[in-house]
Structures are given as C-alpha cells and as structure tokens.
Write a protein that binds this ligand. Structure first.
Ligand code: NAP
Ligand code: MG
Length: 500
C-alpha cells in the first residue's frame, strides 16, 4: 500500500534517503584479557580440565578471548567453595548486611554500565542501544530491588519461617547474558544462598567482568562462583549431589533433561524455557502504536527473546492494510553493526543459530508461506539475517509452531475474539502474549483466557524487577522477579515460624 503521502522510504525513486552516518560506540572502555580462568572462591583459577574454548564477536567473526571450560572436577571445587561460604559466612549473615553487598553490586553495575554494555554487544551481537538502555539498567535494577528484600524477608512471607536453601546451581542462556545473570543471582543472594553460575558458551565475558566487579565490591569469597563451559559443564552442575536448588533458563529440550535429573535427586528446580507468543491485534486497536508494538515484539534483540511476539494474529478485517503498514515500517529498521548507536537489529548470536533460522524460514516457504524481507544491505562479515515477515501461514506450519528465536514474524488471521484465543493457545508453549484493542473489557476477558504467564495489553516487552515473569506448559514453571522470584530460593515454613 504505497501512496503519495506515505511513500516507501527505502525506494530511491522518491529522492530522499534515510541513510545515517556511522555512529560507532567506542570499545576503548573495555579491556578483554587473552585468557580467562574460572571464578572460584573469590579468585580466577586455572581449570583442572586444562581446556579452553574461544568466544567470538558475532558481528565481526573475530576472536575475543579464550575462556576456561570447567570439568566436573572444577564444578565440584566451585560447589565446595559455595558450600563453605554458605555455612561459614553468607547463610548466617544478617539480611541487612547481605543487602549492603547487593546495593554495592547494583551501584557498581550502574557506574560501569557503559563497559558492561559494550562488552555485552561485542560478545553477543545485540545492538548497543539495547544493551545500554535495557540489559544493563535492568540488571542493576534487579540487584537494587532484591537488595531491598534482603532485610525484609519477614514482610515478604509474614508469620512464616524462612531460611535459605543453601547452594544454588544456576544455568543461563546467551540471549540476555547479564540480565539473566541478574535474574538468577540477585534473588538467590538476597535470600541468603550462595551460587554456582554457568553462563552460556557463546557469551561468557560479561559474567567474567561481573566476577571482577564482585572482587571490587569485596563480596566474601565463594558466595558467587562462575564456571564457564559448554553443555557438559551445565550437566555437571545439575548432577552435583551437593547443590540444593537448581534454576535454569534455556531451551525446552535441555529444560526437560534438567527436570528429570532434579526430580531424581529431589532437588527443587525452576525452569524458564522457550515460547511462541501470540501478538493479537484487533480491528479497534490504535494501529500505529500496534505496528510499533509488533515490530518491537519480534525484532528486539534479533528475535532472540523467549517471550518474542513471533505469531502475529491480526483481525481479518484489517489484516491487509496492517501487514502492508508493517512491511513499510520494517523497511526503515536498520540492520547492521551492533556497536553503531543507530542500529535496530544486530548480529545473530552464532553461526548455528543463523543456520537454524535460515532452515526454519526455508521450511516455512516450502510449506506455502509467503516471504517478505526488506531490501537492506547486510554487512560483509558477521552473522546477520534480514528481518522477515511470513504471511499465508497456517497453524500447522512448523514456522507457526516452533520457536525460531530469530527476527521472523509469522502472520495469521482471526475473525472473533474466541477464535483469537483458540489460535493463541494452540501451542505447546505458554510464556507470553500481547493484546492490542481499545476495549478494556476485551483486554480483561482475553487476558483471562490466554494461557500465558505474561500478558501485555497495548504494549509489549515491558520488564520490571517487581513483576513476576515465567511460563506455563512447555515454557516451564516457577517465576522470576518480584516476591514470586524470591520464594524458590527460600524454604518457607509454617505460619508462626521464626525468621532466620
Ligand atoms: P540451551 O541450549 O538450552 O542452553 C541454555 C544453557 O544451558 C546454556 O548455558 C547451555 O550451555 C546450557 N546447557 C546446554 N546443554 C545442557 C545440559 N545438557 N545440561 C545442563 N546445561 C546445559 O538454550 P539456548 O539456546 O542457549 O537459549 C535459548 C533458549 O532459552 C530459547 O528456547 C529461549 O526461549 C530460552 N529462554 C527462556 C527465557 C525465559 O525466561 N523463559 C529467557 C531467555 C531464553 P551452552 O551455552 O554451552 O550450550
Ligand atoms: Mg561470543
């Protein structure tokens, strides 16, 4: 739908261009070592495994550093340090003292925010404007928020006895490395647990910078231990007999393995897994705002987002003009160097992820979907994927059912609210959903019907440390954020108990 008042901006025949001059963020604020050891008992130590692995920049395909691969023996050392630290120091420290450390961590994260943001973008490929304005500020906010609870657990669970579980084993993915670290570490420490954390293989560097920050703030040794490595390191942590609580964010397939292992040992576990969210737009929605919401919902962080609005359900009566408008808007999205401050969509995190996205889109087209990609120029090096809209998508298509975890939107239509609910819930996942309508009653009715842990109305991708986040069905169980995120790190006793 091009017209004279709304020409396609990327079309050179209209005589103007939206080209921006380069605005690269400086990397001088970041120092990357050649090699990184494991962070165990407050020190960086050589791995017993003697094995290292490289981490690279997804946007330049350049080597950044070698990082230690923790073996089961290394994980055992880390769990031992966490246990000692819990028994001797952290588990019995008054909440008001623990809070001081958490506030210090939060303030340091704010002070060093630029360093963390640049490193996050270098190692993971996400746009600097997102790591700078979302990931790092939200990570600091989580530490501030849970610092506030550390000395108020009696108000969090009134009349109940609460005590820390002990040593928490935590495993996180590569899409929000620092933010997922904060979601895990902040509530665990506030509740009096010690931690062994395994970052993702492709994005370990900000967790290692965080370890340096912990040394700077004087956190007692062993309270937080960071064991880098691949899946085998995560499995060793899951299988360690002295871990008291497991928390995992990642894929549903690995989550199921972890659940089996945790159940076998009787260890409490929380799982934050994948998603296939429906983003539902009614004909009475504020259309321009909905367009922005849908764009943000799927192209934020290259679509490497568990709660990404990857299925657009648009009411049939407005489907055609809405999709046309969406395509025009997509043509103005800037794809490229993630360190450039104007970039909207950065690099795909790894070549494997790029191959998975490419394959699923090809399957979608082979199954009958219609492909739209703006004619943007991708950088010569690095892993990039054009933001994509697939129309004519049927509910049975793999592209409508499987998590792509990339910048790919599948468009389906509906006629009635009941049909929207049926289609939205027709997925094994249940993490998030979005609703766009001007009718408040419709929002409330829909939110009640949708089987999703988070439902956003007339907005999308809003995150706040006070608000619980988590899924149903194959999206996992347990909540992170808010009081709900604190509870899994505590043994909560009967009414009338004492606070430790
Ligand atoms: P993944 O392959 O499951 O990996 C997640 C973490 O588990 C990584 O640290 C990984 O190590 C480790 N791991 C792999 N195999 C393991 C095993 N057998 N035992 C223990 N740990 C193991 O997932 P991913 O591809 O990194 O992350 C993407 C997924 O995370 C998506 O499905 C996304 O939806 C989900 N996610 C969910 C949320 C949420 O809050 N619900 C938030 C963000 C992401 P390696 O890095 O070495 O593979
Ligand atoms: Mg990397």
């Amino acid at each position: 739908m091009t017209d004279e008042t709304h020409p396609v901006p990327s079309d050179p025949s209209h005589g103007f261009s939206l080209e921006y001059a380069p605005a690269p963020e400086s990397t001088s604020v970041v120092t990357i070592a050649d090699d990184y050891g494991l962070f165990i008992d407050g020190e960086f130590v050589e791995p017993r495994s003697d094995q290292m692995f490289p981490t690279v920049s997804p946007s330049a395909e350049t080597h950044l550093a070698n990082v230690a691969a923790a073996s089961a023996a290394d994980v055992d050392l880390a769990v031992g340090a966490a246990r000692r630290s819990h028994t001797d120091v952290w588990g019995s420290m008054p909440g008001r003292e623990r809070a001081k450390y958490l506030y210090r961590i939060a303030r340091q994260l704010q002070e060093r925010a630029r360093e963390f943001a640049v490193l996050e973008t270098l190692d993971g490929g996400k746009p600097i404007k997102e790591s700078r304005d979302v990931d790092i500020p939200l990570a600091a906010a989580h530490f501030f928020y849970y610092a506030g609870w550390a000395d108020k657990l009696e108000y969090a669970f009134p009349g109940r006895s609460v005590s820390p579980r002990g040593v928490a084993g935590q495993i996180i993915p590569w899409n929000f490395p620092m933010l997922m670290l904060a979601w895990k570490v902040a509530p665990a420490l506030a509740a009096g647990n010690t931690v062994v954390l395994k970052p993702a293989e492709t994005t370990p560097l900000t967790a290692l910078l965080f370890a340096q920050l912990l040394q700077d703030v004087g956190l007692p040794p062993g309270v937080v231990n960071i064991v880098t490595g691949a899946g085998a390191t995560g499995a060793a942590l899951v299988d360690h007999p002295d871990v008291d609580k497991l928390a995992f964010t990642g894929s549903t397939a690995v989550g199921k393995q972890i659940q089996r292992a945790a159940l076998a040992r009787g260890v409490p576990v929380t799982l934050e897994l994948g998603g296939k969210a429906a983003h539902i737009v009614f004909e009475d929605a504020a259309i321009d705002q909905a367009i922005e919401g849908v764009i943000n919902g799927i192209y934020f962080n290259q679509g490497h987002v568990c709660c990404a609005g990857s299925r657009l359900l648009v009411q049939e009566s407005i489907a055609e003009p809405f999709v046309e408008k969406l395509k025009r808007r997509l043509a103005t999205v800037r794809v490229g160097d993630p360190l450039d401050k104007n970039t909207d969509v950065g690099a795909i995190n790894s070549s494997q992820q790029l191959a998975k996205i490419t394959e699923l889109v090809e399957v979608g087209v082979a199954e009958g979907a219609e492909l739209f990609q703006p004619d943007c120029v991708l950088p010569d090096s690095g892993w990039f994927f054009r933001p994509t809209i697939l129309t004519n998508v049927q509910q049975t298509h793999r592209i409508a059912r499987e998590e792509v975890f990339g910048p790919v939107l599948s468009v389906l239509t509906f006629r009635t609210p009941e049909e929207a609910v049926a289609k939205a819930n027709n997925t094994p996942y249940g993490l998030s959903a979005g609703i766009w309508t001007e009718k408040g009653s419709k929002i409330l009715w829909m939110a009640d019907q949708l089987k999703a842990g988070v439902v956003w109305a007339n907005t999308y991708n809003q995150f706040d440390p006070t608000s619980p986040f988590g899924g149903y069905k194959e999206s996992g169980f347990g909540r992170e954020g808010g009081l709900h995120g604190l509870a899994p790190y505590l043994s909560v006793g009967p009414m009338g108990g004492q606070i430790r």
